[in-house]
Design a protein around this ligand. Structure first.
Ligand SMILES: Nc1ncnc2c1ncn2[C@@H]1O[C@H](COP(=O)(O)OP(=O)(O)OP(=O)(O)O)[C@@H](O)[C@H]1O
Length: 467
């Protein structure tokens, strides 16, 4: 879509022999385009912006200023400031180039996809660059639920791939350790795709028996098996026109892999107990934390299925590969977990978080932050409130580690009889430090409500004084 209207624009501008101050006609032309556009000269100076740009990026007039100053608050072009520069790339290639940037906007820093096309004068030389700016609402500072938070180069590269593949119908395979945001990215791809008005349907394939998998996916007719009292719609049908997300695809046993392959290849399926062949219409996104290629090599995963689902692989980086995103993630988690509580985090606590390796990735960071919120009495999360699973500590905060020595039990180390309330508090503290899951899981394991757990933990003496 964009390429064709860029082309029209390009011709029109060339015909008009654009002068350093673009004429009224050009500005009108830009204004009629729905997406934010910026016209920049070869010296990075903005010569015109359209109405959509002003609506989205603010009213202050950027004309006459440089693009790097307006979008990045830099004093020199992006490529000299460690950023990829779309204008530079476009000039070198002599054709359109797209990059994902973090721009300063009136809402704060946001991920913006910048597409730059060269505009040539009548003599064929490049006179201007026209940029189309598309803000990725699924990425940014984490103000919205389901937003992929992070500004690191590796995460941006992933978002850019997601943005590109979203426009297509290609099957996507999301790879990466557990908790790296595969499901979040699957959602974002769906939401950015033409299928977004239709449903996004997810199935976790781990631990599903063959029968269950088949009836979940394809549905069943009434009486298809004992207990099938009525007809059930399967997920393939529910995903009609939309996206089907198969999580933990590496856990699908061989018998089910054949059925999945048949579905993808034929695009048809039958409900369990049904005879009618139904047409499937979905975009497939699969995810796994396993090394699927190695599984293919070992004969544990069908090669033909692997090639079907692996049209466009995207590997999500582990959190330890993008530590620079940790402060932003923490800020976003605090805002989301406790919107009513104005929490801050000390630099010592952030340092401790930044030095950790996160085998559980963002999910683990989330648990750590939530745990710290429970342990902190006031508004400030300190290093001693950061408690790793199994007492794992990092060298970043040895003092805090000693101070926050967990109570490992027995609950009365000196052997004296203690008031029950005291023992309960010590036990809760011990359990919250050891428990690997989230607060809800801990409450369940303890057989109490989350609310009760929260209240009782809030009564626990500050870390260090009860140990
Ligand atoms: N970049 C990110 N920004 C904000 N939150 C994130 C990000 N990545 C992951 N999360 C959060 O971390 C948790 C785990 O994410 P998600 O379920 O998408 O991971 P996953 O890779 O699918 O994990 P699994 O393989 O275990 O299913 C979720 O609460 C999600 O919101």
């Amino acid at each position: 879509m964009c390429h064709s209207d860029c082309h029209i624009r390009q011709e029109t501008l060339a015909l008009n022999e654009v002068s350093p101050a673009p004429d009224v006609e050009v500005v009108h032309l830009l204004d009629s385009l729905p997406e934010p556009r910026v016209c920049i000269d070869a010296d990075y100076r903005i010569v015109a912006v359209n109405a959509a740009y002003r609506r989205e990026f603010g009213d202050a007039d950027p004309v006459g200023r440089t693009c790097y100053e307006v979008s990045h608050h830099f004093h020199e072009p992006c490529d000299l400031s460690g950023e990829s520069c779309p204008l530079h790339a476009c000039r070198s290639a002599g054709e359109a180039r797209r990059v994902l940037h973090v721009h300063h906007t009136r809402l704060g820093p946001e991920h913006v996809e910048v597409e730059t096309v060269p505009i040539r004068g009548a003599d064929g030389s490049v006179r201007y660059f026209l940029e189309t700016l598309r803000t990725l609402r699924h990425a940014g500072r984490g103000a919205q639920a389901r937003e992929l938070v992070g500004h690191s180069r590796v995460l941006r590269a992933v978002l850019e791939l997601g943005r590109r593949v979203a426009e297509t119908e290609a099957a996507v395979l999301l790879l990466g350790e557990s908790g790296t945001g595969k499901e979040l990215l699957a959602h974002a791809i769906h939401d950015l795709s033409a299928r977004s008005p239709q449903p996004f349907v997810a199935l976790d394939c781990a631990g599903l028996s063959e029968n269950l998998f088949e009836s979940e996916l394809f549905g069943h007719e009434r009486g298809a098996f004992t207990g099938a009292l009525s007809r059930k719609t399967g997920l393939v049908e529910a995903a009609g026109g939309g996206t089907l997300f198969l999580d933990e695809i590496g856990d699908v046993p061989p018998g089910l892999q054949v059925k999945l392959l048949r579905l993808i290849e034929a695009g048809t399926y039958r409900r369990v107990g049904g005879v009618e062949a139904l047409r499937a219409d979905f975009r497939l996104i699969c995810a796994t934390h396993r090394d699927l290629r190695a599984m293919v090599g070992r004969g544990e995963f069908r090669r033909d299925l692997y090639h079907r689902i692996n049209v466009f692989p995207i590997r999500l980086p582990a959190l330890r590969e993008r530590r620079e995103d940790i402060p932003l993630l923490v800020a976003s988690l605090l805002a989301r977990l406790h919107p009513q509580r104005p929490l801050r985090i000390s630099s010592g606590a952030l340092e401790k978080l930044a030095a950790y390796d996160y085998p559980g990735n963002v999910r683990e960071l989330r648990n750590l932050v939530e745990r710290a919120c429970i342990l902190a009495d006031g508004d400030l999360l300190q290093a001693e409130h950061i408690r790793f699973d199994d007492g794992v500590e990092t060298s970043a905060a040895p003092a805090a580690a000693a101070e926050g020595e967990p109570v490992a039990g027995p609950w009365s180390p000196a052997g004296e009889v203690l008031p029950l309330a005291d023992v309960e508090q010590r036990y809760l503290r011990w359990a919250s430090e050891r428990f690997a899951g989230d607060r809800r899981g801990l409450a369940q394991a303890l057989g109490i409500s989350e609310r009760t757990l929260y209240r009782r933990l809030a009564e626990v003496p500050a870390a260090g004084d009860g140990g």
